[in-house]
Design a protein around this ligand. Structure first.
Ligand SMILES: [Zn+2]
Length: 217
């Protein structure tokens, strides 16, 4: 607590939007985050996923900044705020007429490799997933494991990314027969990683799989 007090004194927390002290994103700036377009069905490039939902838009500078500070500057306190944004988006989507209800849903965050987890100290997707799980009352599940550490995917095209990611995940949990899944990550690029994870979950028996991310970047 003393350490936190001293840190706050030395580096006061200020809103990424308006620089007001006290919160990483004040209530009025939070409201300015723009929601993404309604869900669209997955294309053939993303096998395994029934739908991809993008809560926001990376062109929204405030959202992009918040994601960057959370993911790369490791400001873990931004996680619950972004998780709330994700939750509000999801709730808006599922309130749309004609949306099918989920069957025994599980929330599964995309896992990091042990190496990357050690470096970062937390799994950013899991922090987001906790918030969603608490708000919706769906269980959070951590039985999807990353068994292979990949070099960064940047600079690879879609085909190369698919090849690069193959065999990266393993399912260590119970049979998923009859369960729908919300598969969560912070940001997607081509969707190759989400798609590979979804295929593993389908093999384990999963029903519909909804990929949910903050933005495409
Ligand atoms: Zn603000």
């Amino acid at each position: 607590m003393l350490k936190k007090f001293l840190l706050d004194l030395l580096f006061p927390v200020e809103c990424l939007g308006c620089r007001q002290e006290g919160a990483w994103l004040c209530a009025s700036c939070f409201k300015k985050l723009r929601f993404g377009a309604p869900a669209y069905a997955s294309s053939l490039a993303m096998p395994g996923l029934d739908k991809i939902l993008m809560a926001g838009d990376y062109d929204d500078p405030l959202l992009a900044e918040a994601i960057k500070r959370f993911k790369y500057d490791l400001i873990i306190d931004l996680g619950p705020i972004l998780g709330r944004f994700l939750t509000l988006f999801w709730q808006g989507q599922t309130a749309l007429p004609g949306t099918p209800g989920l069957i025994s849903p599980l929330i599964i965050p995309l896992p990091l490799s042990k190496k990357r987890f050690r470096f970062r100290g937390f799994n950013q997707a899991e922090i987001l997933a906790r918030e969603l799980s608490a708000a919706l009352g769906y269980p959070l599940n951590r039985d999807l494991e990353r068994i292979k550490h990949q070099p960064p995917q940047a600079g690879l095209d879609a085909d190369e990314r698919h090849k690069n990611i193959r065999g990266a995940f393993a399912w260590k949990g119970a049979d998923l027969q009859g369960r729908d899944i919300i598969l969560l990550d912070d940001v997607m690029t081509t969707g190759a990683t989400l798609s590979e994870a979804a295929l593993i979950l389908k093999t384990a028996g999963a029903g519909r799989i909804y990929g949910l991310v903050l933005a495409k970047g």
